[in-house]
Design a protein around this ligand. Structure first.
Ligand code: BTN
Length: 263
C-alpha cells in the first residue's frame, strides 16, 4: 500500500552521470518507492532520494532511523545475475561508499560483512539490496544506501547511537550532500560495470582489502543462536567463514557480526 507521502517527488534532478534523481522531502522508504517504480516498468537510470524516511528499512526486517541530514537513496538496477549473486551488489555498493568517503574526506573506512561501512569501528553506512525475481532470474534489484552524513548522533535513539557514527561527527562539520551523491553514484557505476564484465574476483579482493574484521575475534548472532570465533574469510559467493573455538569451520549465510573488541 503506497504511503501518502510517496506520491510525488518534490523535484527531479539529473546527476552528472545522467541518473534521474527523484528527490522527495519525506517518504516511507526509498527502497519501497524504487521497487514500485521498477515494478511499473521504468527501464531508465533512476535513483530515489529522500531527505527523511518515515519507515526506513534495515536488514533482517529492522527499522532504519533516517533523520534529516542523512543520505538515504535507492538505485534501480537490472543486472544479469542469478538471485544468489545479488549479495555481490551489496559488496560493491559498500566498497563504493567506503572508497568515496576516504577519497573525499580522508577518513579511514572499513567494511564489515555483509553490508556495513565503518569508521573507527562504528557504523556509518548500511546497504540493503532487495531483488524482484521473474522465472527464477533477477528482474530488477534495488540497492538502498543509508549513509549517516550530516547527522548529529543525538538524533538517534541510544541503542543506535552506541554503535553508529556519522560523517559530521567524525569531521566536526557538515558536508555537501550533492557532491557525495555524485561521487557515490560514480564509484558504484564503475564497480557495477566491472561486475557485469565478470570481474567479480577483482571486486571481492578490493572489498576484502578493506575488511579489517577478517582475522578478528567476533560474535555471530544468527537469529537466537550466538557463536564466537575468528572471522576467517569470505568465500567467492560472499559467504562468511568462521573458525569456531573448537577449531571447526562454519559457513554463515545470514547473521550479524559484532567485533569483540567493541564490547
Ligand atoms: C542495514 O544496515 O540494515 C541496511 C540499511 C539500509 C538503509 C537504506 S536507507 C535508503 C534505503 N531505503 C531503505 O528503506 N533502506 C535503505
Amino acid at each position: 500500500m503506497p504511503h501518502q507521502s510517496d506520491k510525488k517527488p518534490a523535484e527531479t534532478e539529473y546527476s552528472n552521470l545522467g541518473y534521474e534523481i527523484l528527490h522527495y522531502r519525506a517518504l516511507s522508504s526509498t527502497n519501497q518507492v524504487a521497487k514500485e517504480i521498477a515494478r511499473n516498468g521504468n527501464r531508465g537510470r533512476v535513483v530515489v532520494l529522500a531527505d527523511t524516511q518515515l519507515l526506513g528499512r534495515g536488514r533482517l526486517g529492522r527499522r532504519w532511523f533516517s533523520p534529516k541530514g542523512g543520505l538515504w537513496l535507492s538505485i534501480i538496477l537490472r543486472p544479469k545475475i542469478s538471485p544468489k549473486d545479488a549479495l555481490k551488489l551489496t559488496f560493491i555498493a559498500s566498497s563504493a561508499v567506503a572508497v568515496t568517503i576516504e577519497k573525499m574526506f580522508g577518513l579511514r573506512t572499513a567494511v564489515k560483512w555483509p553490508n556495513d561501512v565503518l569508521i573507527n569501528a562504528k557504523k556509518v553506512c548500511g546497504i540493503l539490496t532487495e531483488t524482484s525475481l521473474q522465472n527464477g532470474d533477477v528482474e530488477f534489484a534495488i540497492v538502498g544506501i543509508g549513509l549517516n552524513a550530516n547527522i548529529d548522533l543525538e538524533a538517534f535513539p541510544a541503542f543506535v547511537r552506541s554503535n553508529s557514527t556519522s560523517l559530521q561527527h567524525e569531521l566536526g562539520h557538515k558536508i555537501r550532500l550533492r557532491a557525495l551523491i555524485e561521487n557515490v553514484l560514480k564509484a558504484l557505476e564503475h564497480r557495477y560495470g566491472l561486475l557485469q564484465q565478470g570481474l567479480w574476483f577483482t571486486l571481492l579482493q578490493e572489498w576484502k582489502g578493506m575488511a579489517s574484521f577478517l582475522g578478528e575475534k567476533v560474535k555471530i548472532t544468527i537469529f537466537d543462536e550466538v557463536l564466537t570465533g575468528e572471522a576467517w574469510d569470505v568465500d567467492e559467493d560472499g559467504v562468511l567463514i568462521i573458525r569456531l573455538e573448537s577449531g571447526a569451520f562454519r559457513k554463515i549465510l545470514v547473521g550479524d557480526v559484532t567485533l569483540l573488541r567493541n564490547l
